[in-house]
Design a protein around this ligand. Structure first.
Ligand SMILES: Nc1ncnc2c1ncn2[C@@H]1O[C@H](COP(=O)(O)OP(=O)(O)OP(=O)(O)O)[C@@H](O)[C@H]1O
Length: 312
């Protein structure tokens, strides 16, 4: 696959505050990379630098091989940005919003109108083409905002928390649109502080905290860094032989309080036969299993939960 975005060693500070430190990112055609981190981690600043809106203090951005130079905009024209704050002309119709954006990107009137209508259909807003976004729901505004970022058919699409203020139905509709963009060979960066979104959408996940990349990889690669892959919680009716359980292959941790047992496993397949044998006489009443998630990865790397990571 072709590399569409190559960002190397990005740094950004606001006065004394270091917002981004040595962040490097690569995104290929047909790939969605999630930039996952708590509020204030530096995601928007990174997207700002990649989009060319924010000048890095150090580092370089190349889009489809061309340097993103502040003075020239040939590389910038290959980028579509869906900013965190919805950016629409509230008093113009949905179609006029897109036509205006098309004009700003240099499309002639006929091409802008054709593209606007095609994109309105694609995001499911054809019937609302003549309505003003002032009367739209959060999800509809988001979809229109995404359409606006695509008027000039960019190769690289940057989405900064595009599901903020969006209902679950519209969120699923947005996810489906993103899948389609991937299939069209677009390169996408998606910032979020929701690990479920990163797990569901991303080909690769870049975890960012305090302005730095703390881990990156495909979901299974990130999960494989954790010693505990699965936790079993069991309700028993007779006490277990704790020492025998601890000695089983694949058992990494064990907590037993009365008849409640919690076992951390490196590998369920490896541990299953031994566990069944060791618990045969314990009258297992209930079993609950939880697989390790990105939340656990973040916790093990930073010592904090993703959602408690508010830094402002
Ligand atoms: N214009 C600015 N002036 C001063 N500080 C800023 C500015 N923009 C961002 N910051 C600070 O830089 C750090 C990174 O902010 P940034 O918005 O890039 O993070 P984020 O991960 O996108 O967070 P959020 O999810 O809340 O948008 C934060 O500490 C933030 O307060």
């Amino acid at each position: 696959m072709d590399t569409v975005l190559e960002a190397q060693g990005l740094h950004k500070r606001y006065g004394e505050r270091v917002a981004v430190q040595a962040v490097s990112l690569q995104v290929r055609a047909g790939e969605l990379v999630a930039l996952l981190g708590p509020n204030g981690a530096g995601k928007s600043s990174t997207v700002g630098m990649v989009s060319g809106l924010l000048r890095p203090d150090a580092g370089q951005v190349r889009v489809a091989g061309a340097a993103l130079d502040q003075a020239t905009d040939s590389a910038k024209r290959r980028i579509g940005l869906v900013p965190q704050e919805i950016a629409l002309f509230e008093d113009l119709s949905a179609r006029t919003n897109l036509q205006v954006l098309g004009g700003l990107y240099g499309l002639d009137r006929a091409s802008a109108t054709a593209r606007a209508d095609a994109l309105l259909a694609w995001v499911g807003l054809s019937e609302r083409a003549k309505d003003k976004p002032a009367h739209f729901s959060g999800g509809m505004k988001r979809r229109l905002n995404i359409a606006g970022a695509l008027m000039h058919d960019p190769d690289l699409i940057l989405l900064d928390e595009p599901t903020a203020g969006v209902d679950p139905h519209s969120r699923n509709a947005i996810f489906e649109l993103l899948e389609q963009l991937k299939r069209q060979g677009k390169a996408l960066i998606y910032t979020t502080h929701y690990m479920e979104e990163a797990e569901r959408l991303a080909d690769r996940i870049v975890i960012i905290d305090h302005g730095q990349v703390v881990a990156e990889g495909r979901l299974p690669e990130l999960l494989a860094q954790l010693p505990v892959a699965q936790t079993l919680s069991l309700q028993l009716s007779a006490p277990p032989d704790v020492a025998a359980l601890r000695a089983l292959p694949g058992v990494l941790s064990l907590r037993c309080e009365g008849l409640q047992l919690q076992v951390g496993l490196s590998n369920l397949d490896l541990a299953a036969a031994g566990l069944l044998q060791a618990l045969a006489g314990c009258g297992v009443q209930q079993v609950h299993s939880a697989r390790a998630s990105l939340e656990d990865v973040f916790l093990s790397l930073t010592g904090r939960a993703l959602r408690d990571g508010e830094m402002r």
